[in-house]
Write a protein that binds this ligand. Structure first.
Ligand code: GDP
Length: 303
């Protein structure tokens, strides 16, 4: 089993590297190759073909994506074709809960992906990601391949993008709290603090990714998330960051900033039916570890 990981240096890729290392380089008979954008431009057909021919993977974890950028994820098409060409037996791609229909019932589950238009703010990204599921089904029907996808909720952890302007909420809050503490200023949380999110620790996600690669038998995607009961409000998330970084200053909510979607509650019933014993790292502990990583790596962290 030779596993090629695209996007191997990002938030999820680094977490998978960490977990594979913990297992002393993966299970017996596994070889791991982590690619970053420096190794190949996956938007180039030639470079994609060359890198797949060079490594001849039997399995692929496809994480590379232009996160946040509209339209650009269409490059995924090339990877599937290249994977098929060199005879890859399994591909696991990464979708996101923001690709689900805008108008929906909750909790969201795996059967609802194509049930209506996505939110207009990210329709290019959402349709490109939905096409991965279409490809998976088509490759199964035409060639019998087991190409599948996972759908994580909001991921956080070491090696995230801690940019205040462009990052997601937890890395943004961690960075802002760090600075507020250093400069003796107030922490400004954007929006009302009432929206709710399900956060998944990148190391938990990495462990689940490896299970999907090795054992999950379906072509249909699977949501990788904590339970609905573990959804937290942005205010609770901010309070947890404040506690983890031992910030004693004032916390202000800036209601002039957007709240975004109020919730995107996803069901992890399918995951629980496969892995009833799996235990997620408690949110508080995972966030504490993430804050410690950020403080220790402040100079080199992406921000
Ligand atoms: P989403 O889950 O796709 O909406 O993306 P985010 O991870 O960016 O979460 C956005 C939610 O966090 C919204 O309710 C924001 O109002 C709230 N929020 C509060 N403070 C911040 C911050 O510093 N950065 C970001 N990105 N969101 C924040």
């Amino acid at each position: 089993m030779r596993v090629l990981v695209t996007g191997g240096s990002g938030l999820v890729g680094m977490a998978i590297q960490h977990v594979v290392k913990e297992e002393r380089g993966g299970y017996e008979g596994e070889e791991w190759i982590f690619l970053s954008s420096k190794d190949a431009n996956l938007m180039s057909m030639k470079e994609t073909r060359d890198v797949f021919r060079k490594h001849q993977p039997t399995h692929v974890i496809h994480l590379a994506a232009m996160v946040g950028g509209l339209f650009k994820n269409l490059k995924c098409n090339l990877d599937f074709w290249a994977a098929h060409e060199v005879g890859v037996v399994k591909v696991v791609s990464c979708l996101s809960t923001c690709i689900f229909p805008d108008k929906t019932t909750y909790p969201i589950n795996e059967t609802m992906i194509h049930n209506g238009p996505p939110h207009e703010s990210n329709f290019g990204y959402a349709y490109a990601k939905r096409m991965i599921d279409v490809h998976n089904r088509a490759y199964f029907e035409q060639h019998g391949h087991c190409y599948t996808a996972v759908i994580p909720t909001n991921v956080f952890g070491p090696h995230d993008n801690y940019s205040i302007e462009d990052g997601h909420v937890l890395p943004g809050l961690i960075h802002k709290t760090y600075i507020a503490k250093k400069e003796g200023k107030a922490l400004v949380v954007w929006g009302s603090g009432t929206p709710k999110r399900q956060f998944i620790y990148s190391l938990d996600l990495a462990r689940l990714f490896l299970w999907v690669l090795r054992e999950y038998p379906e072509v249909d995607p699977i949501i990788l998330s904590v339970g609905e009961e573990d959804e937290v409000s942005i205010k609770e998330a901010a309070d947890t960051v404040v506690q983890a970084l031992d910030f004693k200053g004032e916390v202000i909510y800036d209601n002039s900033k957007s709240d975004g979607q109020f919730k995107k509650t996803a069901s992890n019933a399918k995951l629980c039916s496969y892995l009833p014993e799996f235990r997620f790292t408690p949110f508080k502990q995972a966030l504490k570890e993430t804050c410690e990583w950020f403080v220790a790596n402040y100079d080199t962290a992406r921000k």
